[in-house]
Design a protein around this ligand. Sequence first.
Ligand SMILES: NC(=O)C1=CN([C@@H]2O[C@H](COP(=O)(O)OP(=O)(O)OC[C@H]3O[C@@H](n4cnc5c(N)ncnc54)[C@H](OP(=O)(O)O)[C@@H]3O)[C@@H](O)[C@H]2O)C=CC1
Ligand SMILES: CCCCCCCCCCCCCCCC(=O)[C@@H](N)CO
Length: 273
Amino acid sequence: KPLALPGAHVVVTGGSSGIGKCIAIECYKQGAFITLVARNEDKLLQAKKEIEKHSINDKQVVLCISVDVSQDYSQVENVIKQAQEKLGPVDMLVNCAGMSLSGKFEDLEVSTFERLMSVNYLGSVYPSRAVITTMKERRVGRIVFVSSQAGQLGLFGFTAYSSSKFAIRGLAEALQMEVKPYNVYVTVAYPPDTDTPGFAEENKTKPLETRLISETVSVCKPEQVAKQIVKDAIVVTMGLFRTIALFYLGSFDSIVRRCMMQRAKSEVADKTA
Ligand SMILES: NC(=O)C1=CN([C@@H]2O[C@H](COP(=O)(O)OP(=O)(O)OC[C@H]3O[C@@H](n4cnc5c(N)ncnc54)[C@H](OP(=O)(O)O)[C@@H]3O)[C@@H](O)[C@H]2O)C=CC1
Ligand SMILES: CCCCCCCCCCCCCCCC(=O)[C@@H](N)CO
């Protein structure tokens, strides 16, 4: 049951730069139709041109949509609707829009906590919320969340960033339990430092401790990270932690399935009554 990318509609938020752009290229190379979502229109057009160089047939389309994913849910819902009208229902959503700011807890502005939570967390909730109903109805869909290694470990300088990336994990795991009976799969990526424009920006303000911790692990290429993320989304497998939790999750999944069947039964009973 791997997702077939040829002809699929893949939406990539943050698709105009860095890891998101590489994910879009990777999917386009495999025959997908792409919608790029980000704010800056010049960067979007630039990325579209770059992605189109990798086309494998003359039907493929790259659509650009300029919107802030973290501001207004109804706006996000509207642009997703527009994209679906042009390229059909979304088969895969990649939530890659995000940003990082580091600093000691007492040095970070309070507004930075709000900003990172709204871009990294709510900016993943809104697009997902806008596609989930159709995915469940069609019994088809993949939702990818991009967390970070700093979303598994709380690290010096990342009080604001790590918590926003931990939040993504909670969202993803809870959502997976809800949508599994509908054949919709949720994956979470935890990338290490990756050579992107966003990473270069982050390095301008990193505290010394954060820099030294970060330097213990080597920097990855975005193409390589993107390839892994796409592979994990197409063929969903289980990591070590989730294997340990398998027994519990299995029994919880059966509760969810039982409720689904119960609900379907009582709906039929209501109709025949
Ligand atoms: N690079 C790294 O070391 C790592 C990155 N990550 C995560 O991967 C993701 C991508 O990172 P990276 O490629 O480095 O980032 P970049 O800064 O290179 O790209 C970020 C992308 O997100 C878009 N974006 C940012 N904010 C918003 C917003 N509010 N609404 C819509 N689009 C937005 C940007 O476009 P625009 O500004 O025009 O809106 C751009 O397309 C992030 O979530 C990051 O936290 C995780 C681990 C490591
Ligand atoms: C089981 C997990 C393995 C953990 C290995 C230890 C890693 C410690 C170093 C981590 C450096 C910080 C990464 C943050 C990347 C990031 O999200 C920003 N660069 C975004 O721009």
